[in-house]
Design a protein around this ligand. Sequence first.
Ligand SMILES: O=c1ccn([C@@H]2O[C@H](COP(=O)(O)OP(=O)(O)O[C@H]3O[C@H](CO)[C@@H](O)[C@H](O)[C@H]3O)[C@@H](O)[C@H]2O)c(=O)[nH]1
Ligand SMILES: O=P(O)(O)OC[C@H]1O[C@](O)(CO)[C@@H](O)[C@@H]1O
Length: 259
Amino acid sequence: MSSTSASVLLSVLKLIDKHDLYGQVAYPKHHKQSDVPDIYRLAAKTKGVFINPAFIEPFGLTLIEAAAYGLPIVATKNGGPVDIQQVLDNGLLVDPHDQQSIADALLKLVADKQLWARCRQNGLKNIHLYSWPEHCKTYLSRIASCKPRHPQWQRSDDGAETSESDSPSDSLRDIQDLSLNLKFSMDGEKSGTSVNDNSLESEGSIDRKSKLESALLAWSKGISRDTRKAGFSEKADHNSSGKFPVLRRRKHLVVIAGL
Ligand SMILES: O=c1ccn([C@@H]2O[C@H](COP(=O)(O)OP(=O)(O)O[C@H]3O[C@H](CO)[C@@H](O)[C@H](O)[C@H]3O)[C@@H](O)[C@H]2O)c(=O)[nH]1
Ligand SMILES: O=P(O)(O)OC[C@H]1O[C@](O)(CO)[C@@H](O)[C@@H]1O
């Protein structure tokens, strides 16, 4: 165990001793990432609360995860949790420097069954607002509202007026096209019909990562083929029946993938 982890564990053990909390605190030394969902589930099942008391939290993915499992939150008021709480309305914000306010918030949520249930329900009801399609929708609507302030955006690089197909509603359709075409399953199945390659079905000796890489490579080849088919040149073929309708309308496509 690293000296940092050891000193954290030691301070936890000392606090357990000081407050006589033997038998009431779980402190697993290690856990696998695959254990994490069960930990959230257990906390929700036992009517617990998820706390993130960071001095500064840039975003707060763990709060979104807790909400998805129906676990109410207590979170720092410094940073991302403020926005998350505004959207999900599933807990209480605290000043992370104020021990008393942290204790009060935790006790309030644990003691007030109706508040706990409301926070759980709100989290589960609103969590879809953090789905990728929803995120893209919000992003595009914000961009769309910026346009009038920057008239030059209405012109494309070559000076021609942007076509009608660049409208926000068209972009929203693109998101659906893309999310359908990008549904790669990490365990090697392919769920969409767009990956016209057998790489995801090849021998079991290829590991997960190289399968995904092959799939992305095949997909990007598909893109360049369809891009040529769609004709991003002067003679654009508007009737192209390529597998990527989005590419008939876009000059540039940015793909962000996480492994
Ligand atoms: O012991 C752990 C700790 C974390 N996680 C998972 O790892 C992910 C990220 O956890 P977090 O502790 O938030 O990671 P950090 O990299 O320290 O945090 C940065 O990255 C997060 C994810 O983008 C943002 O939410 C934070 O604001 C940002 O500081 C989450 O899915 C957690 O469930 C585990 O599986 N085991
Ligand atoms: O409480 P501190 O020291 O600001 O640390 C906060 C950091 O810890 C985390 O909550 C978990 O690593 C990060 O998301 C965050 O940036």
